[in-house]
Design a protein around this ligand. Structure first.
Ligand SMILES: *Cc1c(COP(=O)(O)O)cnc(C)c1O
Length: 424
């Protein structure tokens, strides 16, 4: 067995990790269902779906089999002016499932990249139409990824400070906090009246990395309607909210809306392999159609539409079709809400909230925010109890794979309840 903690001589630089504060990390050797098994034999409950990607559980047999089968015939192929069956079937199926009006599927490999693609589609669309609409409108506290364009349209703060000179300016509407929704809508109307906005991009219903902030479907519908009235493109970043997280397949469904451009990733392959797509309406695709090759959509990455990842995504769709995933989600939604109930009157917590399978609550802490001291202390507490939770500052959230068992979820909430006393 390999050591559970790679020694300080590991050359690996980990993401979102302050190496000065953590010398070693658990080595995960195996995963199944909602569990991670470490080299030192611990079974850890993956209560955040390995950073929001795993939907049906780790190593779902159908996905594993699809990956095996695909690699026997085609591993990787250039996707410019070539195609393959896995990508073709996947694109066709995604168009069938997505909100109405989407007709084109552009492949990439990460949520951030799918957002960059969406921005480039929107900017190109207006430029090819000969209109000067260079501005992107975003929501306060939003997160769209860590590449430079995605950072530009996300919340600014310590995460982005070092790169400020590279980030482009955007227009921001306030988060539609309960009771203040009209401020958000009015701000959007005022910005759009200037006539220079190319698109509004939002995380529908739940702002994930911004602290699991939630707003009502009616607000999402209003935002969409205002964009439509002003002829401004509406981009839905469903990278986190897609694939059942908010209770419906896609969050936009709850608002009864259809965006102009939508981004999916994370749960697209059930979380097994990196893959992302950006879907758009025909009008957008058409603006890039011309005998003049300068109007081509100039975006690609080496692994665009990797066949193995596409096969994994097709297996994911098959699971949605053939297994009672919706029933599993409904059961999880009910259990999450029952667990949350006991925290509603607990004076140590506030903002107890839920959107579908996602549950979140805030520790009442003197110092709130991502860098609140309480965050790392909580994480340490959960780690000792073999529960993988990764609080966002004083916000604890539970976003498990849909196969999580009742016992596992009980253990997660027992840990949260105990943590309140331990870190107080
Ligand atoms: C995670 C996330 C992204 C970025 O996805 P990556 O695959 O990490 O690049 C973009 N948007 C939202 C809403 C996300 O939650």
């Amino acid at each position: 067995m390999r050591p559970s903690a790679p020694a300080a001589n590991s050359p690996v630089w980990h993401p979102f990790t302050q190496h000065a504060l953590r010398a070693s990390f658990p080595t995960v050797v195996h995963a199944e269902g909602a569990s991670l098994i470490t080299a030192d034999g611990r079974r850890v409950i993956d209560a955040i779906s390995s950073w929001w990607v795993i939907t049906h559980g780790h190593r779902h047999p159908r996905i594993v089999a699809a990956i095996r089968a695909q690699i026997e015939s085609l591993d990787q192929v250039i996707f410019a002016e070539f195609t393959h069956e896995a990508a073709e079937s996947l694109a066709a199926r995604l168009i069938d499932m997505a909100p109405g009006g989407m007709t084109r599927v552009f492949f990439s490999d990460s949520g951030s990249t799918s957002v960059e693609v969406a921005l480039k589609m929107a900017l190109g669309f207006w430029r090819h139409r000969g209109e000067s609409r260079p501005r992107i409108v975003v929501m306060q506290h939003s997160y769209h990824g860590d590449t430079v364009g995605a950072m530009s349209i996300g919340a600014r703060g310590p995460f982005t400070e070092d790169y400020a000179p590279l980030l482009f300016d955007v227009d921001r509407i306030p988060f539609p906090a309960a009771g203040r929704e009209e401020d958000t809508l009015e701000s959007l109307r005022a910005i759009l009246r200037r006539g220079v906005a190319a698109a509004l991009i939002v995380e529908p219903l739940v702002l994930g990395a911004g602290g699991m902030l939630m707003y009502a479907p009616a607000v999402l519908a209003d935002l969409r309607r205002i964009c439509a009235t002003q002829g401004v493109l509406f981009i839905a970043d469903e990278v986190m909210t897609g694939w059942g997280r908010t209770g419906s397949m896609f969050a936009c469904e709850q608002a009864g809306i259809s965006p102009d451009i939508v981004c999916y990733s994370k749960g697209l392959t059930g979380g097994s392999l990196p893959l992302a797509v950006t879907l758009c309406r025909e009008e957008i695709f058409e603006e890039f159609l011309a005998a003049d090759r300068r109007r081509t959509f100039f975006h690609s990455s080496s692994f665009t539409a990797n066949p193995i990842a596409c096969a994994a995504a097709l297996a994911n769709l098959k699971i949605w079709e053939t297994e009672p995933v919706r029933e599993r989600i409904a059961a999880l939604v009910a259990r999450q809400s029952a667990h949350l109930e006991r925290f509603r009157d607990d004076p140590r917590f506030e903002n107890v909230r839920q959107s579908g399978t996602i549950a979140a609550l805030d520790f009442k802490a003197a110092d709130a925010g991502y860098f609140a001291d309480i965050g790392p202390r909580l994480q340490e507490f959960f780690r000792a109890r073999n529960v993988l939770l990764r609080p966002l500052g004083n916000t604890v959230y539970v976003m498990p794979p849909y196969c999580v068992t009742g016992d596992e979820l009980d253990a997660v909430y027992a840990a949260i309840a105990a943590s309140a006393a331990a870190v107080a």
